[in-house]
Design a protein around this ligand. Structure first.
Ligand code: GLP
Length: 236
């Protein structure tokens, strides 16, 4: 594991964007696993700048996102599909048909999960998976549990996750209680993992995840078993 500590969110975002930049330069038709939440917003802004400067071409890139709230469709401004469109896809030359976010409105979310995993297989795997980390150690929406779940699946969100994510909604009551998330199989199958964490409140969970025991009670701890993980952390 490579651990990069920076002293600002701006630097964290630049370094993360540079790693993604290198991935696209090395393999223009790569598969990027993308994440939502507040942490990647700066990284996406940097990628948009690189694109606008003519340094980056997304035309052959495919992307697959980690998760989506159950019950929200892509037009809903709280959905992760909407987030991705607004924060990245609409500002670069990626083919929107090559971008995938689980369909939170699917009538059969289990079937949606199976199709999602099949898509990852059909892609030939994810080249680079970007991750944030929740305060309870969740990655994607893989919440602390008694076991690691391999497949893309439906989850009940933890109270702490609902509280943490309420800042993006009008009220806590509006936060969906369920979500569909890529499982640990999809995440761990990525060739490279890039996890970004910003803020002093993430320090304790990072320590647990990367220096504590590997346990489904701290979902991100499974990343200790991956051979190519870069963590970028800024306390400020
Ligand atoms: C959500 C997302 C996660 C993300 C987490 C942390 O729960 N499902 O993928 O890592 O939030 O978000 P933030 O970066 O805003 O702290």
């Amino acid at each position: 594991m490579k651990f990069i500590k920076t002293d600002s969110y701006a630097k964290l975002s630049r370094i993360a964007a540079n790693i993604i930049f290198a991935q696209i330069i090395n393999k223009p038709d790569c598969v990027l696993g993308l994440a939502t939440g507040s942490s990647p917003v700066g990284t996406y802004k940097e990628l948009i700048e690189l694109y606008k400067n003519g340094d980056l071409d997304f035309s052959k890139v495919k992307s697959i996102n980690l998760d989506e709230y159950a019950g929200l469709d892509g037009a809903n401004d709280q959905s992760y599909r909407y987030f991705m469109n607004k924060n990245l896809f609409e500002s670069v030359n990626i083919d929107i048909n090559n971008t995938y976010v689980p369909n939170g409105k699917a009538a059969d979310l289990e079937a949606e999960g199976k199709a999602y995993d099949q898509r990852i297989v059909d892609f030939g795997g994810i080249d680079l998976q970007l991750l944030g980390i929740g305060l309870d150690g969740h990655i994607g929406f893989n919440e602390p549990d008694c076991c690691f779940t391999k497949e893309t699946h439906v989850v009940e969100l933890d109270e702490s996750t609902i509280k943490a994510n309420a800042r993006f909604f009008e009220s806590e009551a509006d936060v969906p209680r369920k979500a569909i998330t890529m499982g640990m199989g999809g995440i761990m199958s990525a060739k490279k993992i890039l996890l970004i964490a910003n803020g002093a409140n993430k320090k304790e969970i990072l320590e647990k995840a990367f220096y504590g025991p590997i346990t489904p009670e701290v979902p991100a701890s499974i990343l200790q078993l991956h051979s190519d993980v870069t963590v970028i952390y800024s306390e400020n």
